[in-house]
Structures are given as structure tokens and as C-alpha cells.
Design a protein. Structure first.
Length: 289
């Protein structure tokens, strides 16, 4: 009897030890899965979106820590009853050019998409926001908050381009560009990256998202280009098809640009700027820093 009790006691101890080992192993595996990951929690405030009932999905674009973001997030009937939809954007915290840290800049845009064919002739709803990454933490950014004026400002420029008689001379020119564009259906954005204060930069990455599309270019030999530049500035032109899967690019559409490079520290290895499309028949300029 004593022998049986001893054997039972030994087996029980071994089982408990093995179970604890498995529990710690699972925890360690979970920690390893998240190691090296950067998380940007994108909170979309659904209650402010007037066409939420007809929205089928959200197109989310951005540029974060040197990485392009372009995701379509389906929207179910259950989702539409919520006040806030949270989308976690998971990216690498370490990349070829930068390691995520504060105050590196980034941005995210979201477009509620319904029946694209019915929305071709309207200025589609969207919102964009910029932020700084937080050291060693997930970073949160909000879109479509009640106080956001991003869409209203873009829509005002778009409407002015359609009503030249009610606009000033500057907007008249925009209207003519909007209606009489002869650039083969292409929209161009010219990015300037001044480097007079960072002449030791070896490699850069430039990115431009526009109307649900994202393009980027890597400049492998910055020094060679600076040698040929009179103003210590790197330039690149990005060309987009005006007709996209999100509908046509319009006067008033908002675009961003980011420039990324490890020699840009301090203060930031990633710097971003924004502007509105003003021309469809000539390049839209923007300085990236």
C-alpha cells in the first residue's frame, strides 16, 4: 500500500511539473511571436461616417517605419453597430533603414468603400491622420473623429474646382486642370528631400500614398546624386494612374510623403508631410522634410 501511494505521489508531481513547463512554454512562444513587432492601433470612429450602411470594406493605407501599408478590411453588419472599429497594423520594428522609436513620424488613411460604380462621380469620403511612434509601445491613431476637418478641407477644394465662376483666379486654374487634363490620365507628384543638414546620408526611401494607392522608391546611392545636385536635394517624381480601383483621383485629394533614412536622426529617422492635389496636368510638388 505504501509503495502504491509513493508511486502515485511521484506521478502527480511529474504531471504538475510538466503542466507548468507547458504553460511557461506557451507564454514564451507568445512573447517570441510578438518580439520585433511594431503595432499601430488604428481606431476608426464609425458613428461619424454618413455612408456606413452601404460601406462594404475599408481601404487602409499608410507608411510606417519605412513600410508600406495597404489593407482592405471587410465590414460586417455586426461591425456597423459598433462606435469604433479597431484595426491593428502589425509591422517590423527593425528595418533596413530605421528602427522604430520616438518621435519617428508616420501616417494612416482610411477610405470607406461601398458601390464604387455608383461613387465614381462623387468626392469619396476619407480621413487621414499623422502621429509619432512611441518607444517600446503600441501606438494609437484615430480616424473619422468628430473634430476631424481633413475631408471637409479637401471637399472644399474639389467643389471650388467644379465652380470656376464662384472661385478666385487660382481655383479657376485648378478647374481648367481638372476638366481639361491632357496628361494621358496620369497624375504626377514631385517630391523634394532637402539634405543640406544631412549631407552624410547614404541611403533613402521615399513614399507617396494617394487615393488608396501606395508607391515607394529606394535611393541606393544618395551621395552620387548629391554630387550632381546644386541644392543638396534629392528629387523623385511619382506617377499614378488617375483612374484607380477606388475611383478617379480628383482635385482636392490629399496625399502624403515620407522620407526615411538612418542618417536623418536626430531628431527623426522618418519625416512626413502632406498636401492636396491642385493639378492634374502638371506635377504636384511637396518637400518631404
Amino acid at each position: 500500500m505504501c509503495l502504491f501511494v509513493a508511486i502515485f505521489f511521484t506521478i502527480t508531481i511529474l504531471y504538475i511539473s510538466y503542466s507548468n513547463h507547458l504553460a511557461f512554454a506557451k507564454k514564451d512562444d507568445k512573447d517570441n511571436d510578438n518580439k520585433g513587432q511594431l503595432v499601430v492601433k488604428t481606431k476608426i470612429h464609425l458613428e461619424t461616417i454618413d455612408n456606413i450602411d452601404t460601406t462594404k470594406f475599408f481601404r487602409i493605407t499608410g507608411f510606417i517605419n519605412g513600410q508600406e501599408v495597404k489593407k482592405d478590411i471587410p465590414l460586417s453588419q455586426a461591425d456597423k453597430t459598433k462606435k469604433i472599429l479597431t484595426v491593428n497594423l502589425n509591422l517590423d520594428s527593425k528595418t533596413e533603414l530605421v528602427n522604430a522609436k520616438s518621435p519617428d513620424e508616420f501616417f494612416v488613411c482610411a477610405y470607406p468603400v461601398g458601390d464604387i460604380k455608383k461613387e465614381l462621380n462623387i468626392f469619396a469620403k476619407f480621413d487621414c491622420n499623422e502621429g509619432d511612434l512611441l518607444n517600446g509601445q503600441s501606438t494609437e491613431i484615430n480616424l473619422f473623429k468628430p473634430n476631424s476637418l481633413v475631408y471637409a478641407k479637401s471637399q472644399a477644394v474639389y467643389q471650388a474646382s467644379l465652380n470656376p465662376m464662384q472661385s478666385n483666379n487660382h481655383n479657376n486654374q485648378n478647374s481648367e486642370s481638372n476638366i481639361n487634363s491632357t496628361n494621358d490620365g496620369l497624375v504626377k507628384i514631385k517630391i523634394y528631400a532637402p539634405l543640406a543638414d544631412k549631407k552624410d546620408t547614404q541611403k533613402l526611401k521615399l513614399a507617396v500614398p494617394l487615393n488608396g494607392q501606395v508607391q515607394s522608391q529606394m535611393i541606393e546611392d544618395v551621395q552620387s546624386e548629391l554630387d550632381k545636385s546644386k541644392h543638396d536635394t534629392i528629387t523623385r517624381t511619382f506617377t499614378f494612374d488617375r483612374n484607380t480601383d477606388m475611383g478617379p483621383i480628383q482635385i482636392g485629394d490629399r496625399f502624403h510623403t515620407c522620407v526615411i533614412g538612418k542618417e536623418l536622426y536626430p531628431p527623426e529617422g522618418s519625416e512626413c508631410e502632406k498636401r492636396l492635389i491642385k493639378n492634374l496636368d502638371k506635377p504636384n510638388p511637396l518637400a518631404a522634410r
